[in-house]
Design a protein around this ligand. Structure first.
Ligand SMILES: Nc1ncnc2c1ncn2[C@@H]1O[C@H](COP(=O)(O)OP(=O)(O)OP(=O)(O)O)[C@@H](O)[C@H]1O
Ligand SMILES: [Mg+2]
Length: 155
């Protein structure tokens, strides 16, 4: 899937479209892209569409932000500031259940679970380009459903 996102609202809308079709159960999503590419904005759209009324802060300093969203349990990670990937073993990232969203997965080396879905955001003035690929059966099914909800949202 490849999608142009003209502004931050479009990135949030794409995240909301993904939130709509997110299945309960274990699923790992990697979010690639440079600093400021829009990864947290996409996650914010997802988490808000799942009914979270409060803030969705960047986990840059906390490393992980957990959410309980009705039938879904979700963890949002940002590994940008991780000093040593071994910290991830200590955090038990591989054992995390539910939806696991990981910004800067390349910093986690081999301490991360394999992704079901990989997303990449790229700055493309004006706006951003979002690319996504399924890496498992569950990830490919999710991607097909997401493609449909993006269309419904006019993206
Ligand atoms: N499609 C878009 N067009 C223009 N600006 C956007 C778009 N999507 C997001 N932004 C803006 O880009 C900025 C950075 O977004 P965000 O914090 O989500 O990036 P990030 O990839 O999570 O960065 P970091 O690696 O620092 O965590 C924000 O000001 C956001 O509003
Ligand atoms: Mg971020």
């Amino acid at each position: 899937m490849r999608l142009g996102l003209k502004d931050a609202a479009a990135t949030e809308a794409a995240g909301a479209a993904l939130g709509k079709v997110l299945p309960a159960g274990d699923l790992v999503i990697y979010l690639h892209g440079d600093l400021g590419a829009g990864k947290t904005t996409l996650v914010r759209g997802m988490i808000r569409s799942l009914g979270h009324p409060g803030r969705v802060p960047s986990p840059t300093y906390t490393l992980v932000e957990p959410y309980e969203l009705g039938r879904l349990s979700l963890k949002h990670l940002d590994l940008y500031r991780i000093a040593d990937p071994e910290e991830l073993a200590f955090l038990g990232v591989r054992e995390m259940q539910g939806t696991v969203l990981i910004e800067w997965p390349e910093r986690g080396a081999h301490f991360l679970p394999n992704p079901d879905l990989e997303c990449r955001l790229t700055v493309a003035a004006p706006g951003r380009v979002l690319e996504a690929e399924g890496r498992s059966e569950a990830g490919r099914a999710l991607l097909a459903a997401w493609d449909a909800t993006n269309r419904e949202a006019g993206l």
